[in-house]
Design a protein around this ligand. Structure first.
Ligand SMILES: Cc1ncc(COP(=O)(O)O)c(C=O)c1O
Ligand SMILES: N[C@@H](CCCC[NH3+])C(=O)O
Length: 449
């Protein structure tokens, strides 16, 4: 691995390297060849990086003296190929819609390893989840609870649930849009207002509901772990209190997901194994302080399992130089496949897929091809003086890029491949124009060519 890759090792997939000719490789595959074969924009996933992240979580969970489980938050990125891989590694899947549930089942994830989340689950979603026999429904609010009671009564099923609590803890080190633990949030039953307790009482008086425990998720892209500690303390103090007053025992607890990952070389780095071990210890301590037996501990990471494994490849199509102002380098993707810079001001690095020692380096603004001035991928990319035809890679594109992709300007969503030990596995083909037209009414049989 040359210095260029070494300096960026923690934001590149684990298997990334540059060969002597300057070509970037991942998973034993030369990326220029990959782009040639599958076209661009292309999203690749390095399987070794995903496996390493799972191993780090498992290692951290060894610090917990009770039963544990890992559940992947599919909202970060969902594809059958990925969910199959995760299921084969023993993970469950957190879903937030019928679509995600269906995809997970299609991938063969056992229903009992599925968890249904959401702050406004429809009756159809709840019924579908019960039909599948999902392992947990995480109830977010009173209205949902009543909906679920009615469905459970009509189907005669007992529903295994967790209550999502709002611990009233605000993580400050992330974008406001990614905070969920504060009282002023649409998510969860607040402890402080008595809503959580009312929901527990409702569950305990409803034989169709099997209340197994509590869930909290305080936010995403978090590096400071102290808010986790405070949320865990809140939940266990509440659970301890409940267990003294009701026939309630906390059998399961999930502190959700949310661990942050670096996107650029300036971002902090959280050691996943250490952070997991820390949270595990806090949960064990909080249970002991509250005089409760150890619950099953369920972690629910999304971004930190797949973010670093993913990389986007684009091809430059036009270069516009405004001397003294800036150089716009436009690639063949942009905000339709990665809305994060526009939505959160998220920062990324751009790397040349082929290093060109013969070209001077130029600071440029990497933009997409969509009809929005805000369609900027990287504001201050440094690349070998770009020309049309160049390939550009954006690392750490594995989470919440394609997951939030749109068909803006009727863009076709990119192809997705997984790379491992020199093998390429197609996870999702590129969307076709026929896919885009398929939902249109009144054009059956019409030709577009
Ligand atoms: C309930 C829940 N669990 C898990 C996650 C995964 O979070 P992250 O991708 O930050 O690990 C999210 C997303 O923020 C979430 O809302
Ligand atoms: N989509 C967000 C995070 C939200 C996590 C889901 N609750 C991101 O890209 O950072």
């Amino acid at each position: 691995m040359c210095g260029f890759v070494a300096e960026r090792a923690h934001i590149l997939p684990e298997t990334a390297r540059r060969d002597e000719s300057g070509q970037l490789w991942t998973g034993g595959v030369p990326l220029p060849r990959l782009a040639e074969q599958y076209g661009t924009p292309l999203y690749l996933y390095d399987v070794a990086t995903i496996r390493a992240a799972i191993a780090a979580y498992r290692h951290g969970l060894e610090s917990y003296p009770g039963e544990t489980a890992l559940v992947y938050a599919a909202k970060a990125f969902a594809a059958v190929g990925l969910l199959r891989l995760l299921a084969s590694e023993g993970l469950g899947v957190d879903c937030v819609s019928e679509g995600e549930l269906a995809l997970a089942r299609a991938a063969g994830v056992p229903a009992e390893r599925l968890v249904l989340h959401g702050n406004n689950k429809s009756e159809e979603e709840l019924r579908f989840a019960l039909e599948l026999g999902v392992g947990r429904i995480v109830v977010d609010n009173h209205d949902e609870l009543e909906r679920l009671v009615a469905i459970a009564r009509s189907t005669g099923k007992t529903v295994p649930i967790l209550l999502r609590l709002n611990p009233g803890v605000e993580p400050h080190d992330t974008h406001a849009y990614r905070r969920t633990g504060q009282l002023d949030s649409k998510f969860g039953l607040p402890i402080v207002t008595g809503d959580a307790e009312a929901a527990v009482a409702r569950c305990l008086s409803t034989p169709e509901l099997a209340l197994l425990g509590f869930h909290v998720h305080i936010g995403s892209q978090l590096f400071d772990l102290i808010p986790y500690q405070r949320a865990i303390e809140q939940v266990f103090a509440f659970a301890g209190e409940l267990s003294r007053r009701f026939a309630f025992s906390l059998r399961e607890f999930s502190p959700g997901g949310g661990f942050g990952i670096p996107y650029t070389t300036e971002d902090p780095v959280l050691d996943l194994a250490e952070a997991t071990a820390q949270v595990s210890r806090w949960v064990a301590e909080a249970a002991s302080m509250a005089g409760l037996p150890l619950p099953r501990l369920v972690l629910e990471p999304g971004r930190s399992l797949v973010g670093r494994a993913g990389m986007a490849l684009y091809r430059v199509g036009s270069v516009k130089r405004l001397p003294g102002i800036r150089t716009y380098v436009a690639v063949d993707g942009g905000m339709a496949d990665n809305i994060r810079p526009a939505l959160y001001g998220a920062r990324y690095l751009a790397l040349p897929v082929i290093e060109r020692a013969d070209r001077r380096r130029e600071r440029v603004t990497l933009v997409g091809k969509y009809c929005e001035s805000g369609d900027v991928l990287v504001r201050d990319a440094v690349l070998p003086e770009p020309v049309p035809g160049d390939l550009v890679a954006i690392p750490v594109a594995g989470a919440y890029c394609l997951a939030m992709a749109s068909n803006y300007n009727l863009a076709r969503r990119p192809v997705v491949v997984a790379l491992e030990a020199g093998r390429v596995e197609l996870w999702q083909r590129r969307e076709t124009i026929a896919d885009l037209l398929a939902r249109e009414a009144g054009i059956e049989g019409a030709r577009y060519r």
